[in-house]
Write a protein that binds this ligand. Structure first.
Ligand code: S3P
Length: 444
């Protein structure tokens, strides 16, 4: 990640009116690189996210001996090495800021014949990894961590793996996916049963590339010893990235933004339903199916919002969208209650703490709990100006960049470089929508 970078956001001077396309889905882009790398034959990936996280995963697959070409931005041709064709690397494999990259690769590398070391940046090096290393250990993997289960991870190769039935104690697609990837190399069946179903991209892509797998919401089951064939992967726009312009259009009076080609996998769109329950005017245009994924254009109009109790059973369907939801709640009439979201404390930052602190700086009343918060909106007064720490978390930075549009004075947002991990070009796009956002000490 580049040097420290602050932004200054100023009140919006008028409505946001634009027609935009958001970057490719991060979850799908990571999986495309990993699965194409161990497939037989060539895979063409369209709409690949050119973010730091997913490029780090692509670079790791290259470090493991896989040929990957970039004919154009957002396009990749991956020459699959086959299930057992990866080659070990003597140097550490750097996942950057990406929890998804590190956790999924841990599963994939546990089944290889060679040793690997996975490292990450300062934020990733503080994130818990036992959630994957413990169940992978139960499958026979040999993985050591730093004290407290933190990265770097040292994965010993050449260990025979066997399938297990696992009930993850937290809702996590990363945990499920890590075990399924190890399960490709395991003797017997790997079964995952979840209380709250999580995104199923690993299952869908394995199936599309020919691996026999049974799955339904909350359940996945596969056996080791099959093979994957290359194919075409079309990556839709990332719903989590679309959530930022969506929020901007909702909270700036008179706005209308059209967001094209957004992925609407039901395990990702909890925010859509929650915002609508708060009074949002979001219209789904041209719903279609693209390469097995639900995709549509979203037309978002400004609308007054009111607070609600966020249903706990929808939390995992909007787990990355809480920074956006917190800002929407701060613009809504009344109180919004969030519970059952303790996982937010172990994301790229402690998102409950970072959002609560930042919103209080802007004059919003927020009461934190262990697993959520009560946010009392100030729809009429608007926000105060102030100085916000994003804690180097991309989604916190982008959420406050939009909150600034509703402030009565400038808002400085510190440490925004991580936005490039998931949304390269965000600042330039935001300016095009009509936001007044600048690099501190310079202009766009
Ligand atoms: C992801 C799963 C989620 C999500 C992350 C991407 C994935 O993490 O927050 O941004 O691609 O599998 P958890 O598995 O920790 O919930």
């Amino acid at each position: 990640m580049s040097a420290r970078l602050d932004w200054i956001g100023r009140p919006a001077q008028g409505p946001l009116l634009d027609d935009a396309r958001v970057p490719g889905d991060k979850s799908i882009s990571h999986r495309a690189m990993m699965l194409a790398a161990i497939a037989e034959g060539t895979t063409r990936v369209h709409g690949f996210l050119e973010g730091e996280d997913t490029r780090a995963t692509a670079a790791i697959m290259q470090q493991l001996g896989v040929r990957i070409e970039t004919p154009a931005a957002g396009e990749r041709i991956v020459y699959g090495a086959g299930l057992t064709g990866l080659q070990g690397s003597a140097s550490p494999l750097d996942c950057g800021n990406a929890g998804t990259g590190m956790r999924l690769l841990t599963g994939l590398l546990a089944g290889q014949s060679f040793d690997s070391t996975l490292t990450g940046d300062a934020s990733l090096s503080r994130r818990p990894m036992q959630r994957v290393t413990v169940p992978l250990g139960d499958m026979g993997a040999d993985i050591t961590t730093r004290d407290g289960g933190l990265p770097p991870l040292r994965i010993r190769g050449g260990r025979p793996l066997h399938g297990i039935e696992y009930h993850p104690p937290m809702a996590s697609a990363q945990v499920k996916s890590a075990l399924l990837l190890a399960g490709l190399y395991a003797e017997g069946e790997t079964v995952i049963r979840e209380v709250h179903p999580t995104r199923d991209y690993t299952e869908r892509m394995l199936e599309a590339l020919g691996w026999p797998i049974r799955y339904e919401p909350g359940y996945a089951c596969l056996r080791g010893g099959a093979w994957l064939h290359g194919g075409e992967v079309a990556v839709p726009g990332d719903f989590s990235s679309a959530a930022f312009p969506m929020l901007a259009a909702l909270v700036v009076p008179g706005s209308r933004l059209l967001l094209r080609g957004v992925g609407l996998n039901p395990r990702r769109t909890g925010l859509l339903d929650v915002l609508r329950a708060m009074g949002a005017d979001i219209r789904v245009r041209q719903p279609r199916n693209e390469a097995g994924e639900a995709v549509a254009d979203l037309e978002v109009h400004h609308a007054p919002l009111h607070g609600i109790d966020v249903p706990t059973e929808r939390v995992s369907d909007m787990i990355d969208e809480f920074p956006v939801l917190f800002v929407a709640a701060a613009c809504a009439q009344g109180v919004t209650r969030v519970r059952g979201a303790a996982e937010l404390r172990v994301k790229e930052s402690d998102r409950i703490a970072a959002m609560s602190r930042g919103l209080r700086t802007l004059g919003v009343h927020v009461e934190e709990t262990d697993d959520g918060a009560d946010i009392t909106g100030r729809p009429q007064a608007g926000f105060l100006g102030g100085d916000i720490d994003s804690h180097g978390d991309h989604r916190i930075a982008m959420s406050f960049a939009i909150a600034a549009a509703r402030a009565n004075a400038p808002v400085r947002i510190r440490d925004c470089a991580a936005v490039d991990t998931s949304y390269p070009g965000f600042l330039e796009q935001a300016v095009r929508w009509g936001l007044d956002l600048q690099v501190a000490g310079g202009s766009v």
